[in-house]
Design a protein around this ligand. Sequence first.
Ligand code: HEM
Length: 514
Amino acid sequence: MDLQLSTNLLLLTSFVFAFTLNAFFKWFSSKKQSSTAATKLPQSPSALPLIGHLHLIGKVLPVSFQSLARKHGPLMEIRLGASKCVVVSSSSVAREIFKDQELNFSSRPEFASAEYFKYRGSRFVLAQYGDYWRFMKKLCMTKLLAVPQLEKFSDIREEEKLKLVESVAKCCREGLPCDLSSMFVSYTNNIICRMAMSTRCSGTDNEAEEIRKLVKTCLELAGKVSVGDVLGPLKVLDFSGNGKKLVAVMEKYDQLVEKIMKEREAMGMKKEGMRKDILDMLLETYRDPTAELKITRNDMKSFLLDVFMAGTDTSAAAMQWAMGELINNPQAFNKLREEIETVVGSKRLVKESDVPNLPYLRAVLRETLRLHPSAPLIIRECAADCQVNGCLIKSKTRVLVNVYAIMRDPELWKEAEQFIPERFLESSGEKIGEHQMEFKGQNFRYLPFGSGRRGCPGASLAMNVMHAGVGSLVQRFDWKCVDGQKVDLSQGSGFAAEMARPLVCTPVDCFNTF
Ligand code: HEM
């Protein structure tokens, strides 16, 4: 009996010992692995004291990052003065950020301008991933920017498209060149303004026009103040005075929108069946006692500001690039014109409902966004220490995914620098396909609207606006460059991706039978 017991005990002890030893070795080797990996940091070009890598940055940020990545790899650390970030330049590392570690990279960092923002903490676009962001995102996808809601506004987009075409036709009649850049900005602003607050913001001398100007100034000042990140703690001194200016402009915007909101509240709830704009729906949520989260007046004003900032210049810039590329590529222009003539005819203009039957038009805009993404650097923040591409990324690190570089990567795209809409046709050998998921950024080489839960909620709206606008201008007019040369397709400086020079061209009316 004793012998049996001691044998059992011995067996048990040996088993526990072997198990413990095994566990220890596993722990030790994983510790060793992770500590080796944990010490590996992203590569970085050699930096100068104080300024870091500022001397390596040219006029166009995504282009500078693209050429630095060729030497320093798809994950590199860049320091601009006091501001540090990690730049991602390959599809496989983008997949790690957007998919494999999606939750860890679902927040955005705060910029220097945040301190001067009246709605700090209320910004949906810049919100940390959490309850507030989740609530607003759900509201966007189920109500404010949901596809059925967008359909209710299709008549507004149709009217604004006709106004755009009419203003070009007017240039033809008067024999004047037309500034397509500013026409596209009015087109997208009016659509967003009418969808948001049921009023146009150009051609009128009302509050909507004032809001448009204030939003534009806010955007410019916020951009300038954010450059202050480079100064680190010194930024509080606000040397340029732009911080104070931003506070003043925000105050004006706030008063104006508060007034509009009060007027709307005084009118009472809209009756069932009446069309509700974004402001009506926000007010409904604000008053809803059963809402999962109580939104504030600041949240509403801030959301309207976000929609103006994120939704107008982005689509306008993409339309300029599309027209510029088409004017410089007459073969693509003629192919598109022929497709529209065959499908739509010449008695009416292209409508949004024609778009499913116009694969080449869709391909033209997809190819435009590949070469000229309106948001070339997608900004995220790392929530907790993690490893990406075998390197340690510390929590709170700013991450910039250079989708401009990824969408021009010659390893991923044939003749990557060329405008070839055909690659997006179903018959193309490149097999990008026409799958809807393209715009959800799930193939990680085509990312114009970002990816995953933090991806752009305005993609469908943007595509509707751009297809109808560009399609109609190609259908109805021939286009010539003012100097008879090609359109200058150089990229402007700064974070956004406008053309360096406004697109001014001479239209020729082909037929005015509409
Ligand atoms: C050509 C037009 C547009 C482009 C290329 C574009 C692109 C983008 C990109 C790349 C992002 C960041 C996505 C990410 O982090 O993964 C974004 C975010 C956003 N976009 Fe767009 N966008 C466009 C039009 C619009 C429109 C029309 C609206 C609304 C009316 C809009 C509203 C937003 C908002 C609210 C966000 C922030 C989403 C969040 O942080 O959760 N965008 N957009």
